[in-house]
Design a protein around this ligand. Structure first.
Ligand code: F6P
Length: 543
């Protein structure tokens, strides 16, 4: 059945009508008509300054978008999530990443039990372990100090801690080497350990289910690599710890469950790096910085939960995103941090957003007749400027972008930061206002070049400016995007918390594995393309 529930809403129809009337409006006009626009269409909360003035919206657009948020019952959905209701309906689970950063005295009940004390018990256990590793008290099997931490995990068990480790590297203990192994391609593991000593290396095997083939394969290779040198199976206890919800599988793998850090089925993998999944990060930056990060997450949670929608950062970002995604037909969102430490932010947000909102049926299982989650991509400026910005400036596609920058650098090497930030401001200015053919011609440009050197402008951007990249700030930024994704999922009436779309490929791969491993010619029963490819691979592999 096709769901028209959303598009039949008067609030949706009103936006459609409004789009018909306003879609040609140019940012040049909007700014010319309202000299205060750049100061007015801004919002500062929790240390994040959002300038959303360079969007193709008017006061009326905002009003209609806010009506939409009200009409889909956003307020009730927020309350339902925060109070532990089982809003992940296809898996019958609560969605409580907000409990991971709740204050000790809070109470959040799931199945009749307050989960906050458990969260803090795990955090305390993590802190104890992290301190022992950092101080050298936790030693390897041969008595050597641990100098290398290798996180083995994939998807949510990799992207979050990896991104956050990179983001907070400035705060990390530089005597420790932290690496992240995720790909089942043996190259990932081989390159991660090639210069390391097993006697000084601790593996953290992170898997919510502890059944993920990539992670278990890498963990087995890690065990073999360790024991090859350490020669004693007892060494596993000193060199392997696990983070999982599945105690049975952890024990089966051979990791002492005393060295296991738990979490819960109400934490989605892509929402989990502030749980025990962030153990490698905590060891790198220390428990105090980790705690500060959690406080940042919590501050944004509270802002999201309590601020009126028109002053609510995640709500505004989400609604502006809906405007382009569902009315302008924009297919993507570019994430452009002007900070090298946020190098992996767009990879992280890809999973957060695309695994959450890449859905084609609504909560009732009906196929939707509107677009859902956008394609997320990007990389830090200024590098992107010399690669793909050309298409954003002068191509044929509408690409809304989030620019994220900091007023203070953590590495004050003069004159870099002002140069970086000059580019940061220049890009959103150029994207919004462009350069008309008259302006180009007035510069004395030859006629045949004028069209090529004209910038249409009117490319929308959000600017997020903060003082400094601290652990707390990172927590706020990530919670901002988590809640943005939630708001959009709520408006689209989809389940942002399951990920059935990854299952089919896993099942088919499991079928193909024995066909590749078989010593005799396998009976292939795939389509003619897959059969031929597998045969080609088997032939070429022999060479
Ligand atoms: O790709 C699917 C997925 O289930 C992700 O949602 C998850 O983050 C990842 O695999 C890893 O899962 P696990 O932590 O159970 O190993």
């Amino acid at each position: 059945m096709m769901s028209t529930k959303l598009t039949d809403q008067p609030s949706w129809r009103a936006l459609k009508d409004h789009f018909q009337k306003t879609h040609d409006l140019h940012l040049r006009t909007l700014f010319a008509e309202d000299p205060k626009r750049g100061a007015r269409f801004t919002l500062e909360a929790e240390g994040l300054y959002l300038d959303y003035s360079k969007n193709r919206i008017t006061d009326e657009t905002l009003k209609l978008l806010l009506n939409l948020a009200e009409s889909v019952g956003l307020r009730q959905r927020i309350d339902a999530m925060f109070s532990g209701e089982k809003i992940n309906v296809t898996e019958k689970r609560a969605v409580l990443h907000v409990a991971l950063r709740a204050n000790k005295d809070q109470s959040i009940i799931v199945d009749g039990q307050n989960v906050v004390p458990e969260v803090h018990a795990v955090l305390d256990k993590m802190a104890g372990f992290a301190n022992r590793v950092r101080s050298g008290e936790w030693k390897g099997h041969t008595g050597k100090r641990i100098r290398n931490i290798i996180n083995i995990g994939i998807g949510g068990s990799d992207l979050g801690p990896y991104m956050a480790y990179d983001a907070l590297r400035y705060y990390s203990d530089r005597n420790l080497t932290c690496r992240f192994v995720s790909n089942v391609d043996g190259t990932d593991f081989a390159e991660a350990v090639h210069d390391l000593d097993p006697e000084e290396t601790l593996f953290i095997v992170v898997s919510k289910t502890f059944t993920t083939i990539e992670t278990l394969t890498n963990a087995r290779s890690a065990r073999a690599w360790s024991l090859n040198k350490l020669k004693d199976a007892g060494a596993v206890a000193k060199h392997f710890v696990a983070v999982s919800t599945n105690e049975k599988e952890v024990a089966k793998f051979g990791i002492d469950t005393a060295n296991m850090f738990g979490f819960w089925d109400w934490v989605g993998g892509r929402y989990s790096f502030d749980s025990a999944v962030g153990l490698s990060l905590m060891i790198a930056i220390g428990p105090e910085n980790f705690k500060e990060m959690l406080a940042g997450f919590h501050a944004m949670d509270e802002h999201f939960r309590t601020a009126p929608f028109e002053q609510n950062l995640p709500v505004l970002l989400a609604l502006i995103g809906i405007w382009y995604n569902n009315f302008y037909g924009a297919e993507t969102v570019a994430i452009l941090p002007y900070d090298q430490y946020l190098d992996r932010l767009s990879s992280y947000l890809q999973q957060l957003d695309m695994e959450s909102n890449g859905k084609h049926v609504d909560l009732e299982g009906n196929v939707v007749n509107y677009q859902t989650g956008p394609i997320i991509w990007g990389q830090p400026g200024t590098n992107g400027q010399h690669a793909f910005y050309q298409l954003i400036h002068q191509g044929t596609k509408l690409i809304p972008a989030d620019f994220i920058g900091f007023s203070q650098t953590l590495n004050p090497v003069k004159p870099h930061h002002d140069l970086l930030m000059a580019n940061f401001f220049a890009q959103t200015e150029a994207l919004a206002f462009g350069k008309t053919s008259e302006e180009v011609a007035a510069d004395g440009v030859a006629d045949f070049q004028v069209a090529h050197r004209t910038f249409e402008g009117n490319h929308p951007t959000n600017t997020i400016l903060a003082e400094r990249l601290t652990p707390a700030l990172l927590g706020k930024l990530i919670a901002l995007y988590e809640h943005k994704v939630f708001v959009q999922g709520t408006i689209w009436n989809i389940n942002s918390f399951d990920q059935w779309g990854v299952e089919l490929g896993k099942v088919l791969a499991n079928r193909i594995i024995p066909e590749l491993e078989s010593a005799t010619e396998p009976q292939l029963k795939h389509d003619s393309s897959t059969n031929t490819l597998i045969n080609h691979y088997r032939q070429q592999r022999k060479a």
